[in-house]
Design a binder for this molecule. Structure first.
Ligand code: SAM
Length: 248
C-alpha cells in the first residue's frame, strides 16, 4: 500500500519549501489541497506538475474513504494546505485519522508553521505553551473563551486575521489585564514582517496609531498568568463588575 505524506508549505517565503517537500510533491500520484488554485500556483512557481484533488472542511468526510482506497491500491498521496502545516488550524484531521485507522502509513514532511515561527522570535517563555488557534468570531464567545484562559499559566498562542486583531487584543486586555506581556507577529517571512512586543495596552496603542500594523496575517503570543494572585485579583474584579451591573 502507498503512503500519505503530510507536507508543510511556506507561510510567505517560497524559500521555506524544503528540498524534501519538493521531492515528495514531485513524486506523488496526487496532491490533496485545501484550495487547488492556490496550490497550483505554488507548484507552478516550483516547476512541479502533479494532479490535484480538493480536500476542504466541507468534503473531507466524503473524500477521505476514496483516498484510503487509492492508498490501498498502492498510490502515494500528499496532503498540503494553503500555507504552513496541514491540520494546524487547517483541514486534514479526518483524512489522517481515517488513513491511520485503515492501518496505512502517514508520514510527515515538516516545515513552516506560523505558531511555532512566532513563538521562536517572541522571547516569551516557550518551554510550555498552549496553541489556541483562532478565537470565536462572535464577541460573546471570544470573551468567554478568554475569560476561561485568564488563569492559564502557560504561554498562549493565537491566530488572528486583520479585521479582528484590534477587537481581539482589546478583549485580551479586558480578560488578562492590560499589563500582560504579549507579542504580535505580523506577516512572518514576508516583506512587511513585524514583531511587536509590549504590554497588551501598549500594543493596542501602537496598532491603533499605524494603519500598516493592522494589515496582513497575525500570530499573538501572550505570556501566561504569572501567579494565582493575579488570576484571583482579575476574577475578583470581574465578579465585582458583574455585581455592580446587577445593582445598578
Ligand atoms: N496551517 C497554518 C500554519 O501552519 O501556520 C495556519 C493556517 S491558518 C488558516 C492561517 C492563520 O495563520 C492566519 O490567519 C494567521 O493567523 C496565521 N499565519 C499564517 N501565515 C502567517 C504569517 N506569514 N505571519 C503571521 N501569521 C500567519
Amino acid at each position: 500500500a502507498g503512503t500519505l505524506y503530510v507536507v508543510a508549505t511556506p507561510i510567505g517565503n517560497l524559500g521555506d519549501l524544503s528540498a524534501r517537500a519538493r521531492e515528495v510533491l514531485a513524486a506523488v500520484d496526487a496532491i490533496c489541497a485545501e484550495d487547488t488554485r492556490h496550490t497550483r500556483q505554488l507548484l507552478a512557481q516550483t516547476g512541479i506538475e502533479r494532479p490535484l484533488l480538493a480536500l476542504h472542511e466541507h468534503n473531507e468526510e466524503d473524500v477521505a474513504w476514496k483516498l484510503v482506497e487509492r492508498l490501498r491500491a498502492g498510490e502515494t498521496l500528499a496532503l498540503v494546505s494553503d500555507a504552513g502545516t496541514p491540520l494546524v488550524s487547517d483541514p486534514g484531521y479526518r483524512l489522517v485519522r481515517e488513513v491511520r485507522a485503515a492501518g496505512l502509513k502517514v508520514s510527515p514532511v515538516p516545515g513552516a508553521c506560523a505558531a511555532i515561527a512566532a513563538l521562536s522570535v517572541a522571547g516569551i517563555p516557550s518551554d510550555r505553551f498552549c496553541f489556541e488557534g483562532f478565537l470565536p468570531a462572535k464577541a460573546s464567545g471570544r470573551r468567554e473563551k478568554l475569560t476561561a484562559l485568564s488563569g492559564e499559566s502557560r504561554t498562549m498562542v493565537f491566530y488572528e486575521s486583520a479585521h479582528r486583531i484590534e477587537e481581539s487584543l482589546a478583549d485580551m486586555a479586558a480578560a488578562f489585564g492590560g499589563g500582560r506581556e504579549a507579542v504580535v507577529a505580523r506577516e512572518l517571512t514576508k516583506l512587511f514582517e513585524t514583531v511587536l512586543g509590549d504590554t497588551l495596552d501598549e500594543l493596542i496603542g501602537k496598532i491603533a496609531a499605524d494603519d500598516n500594523q493592522r494589515k496582513g496575517e497575525f500570530v499573538v503570543v501572550v505570556r501566561g498568568c504569572e501567579d494565582d494572585t493575579e488570576a484571583r485579583l482579575l476574577e475578583g474584579q470581574r465578579l465585582y463588575a458583574k455585581l455592580a451591573e446587577h445593582l445598578k
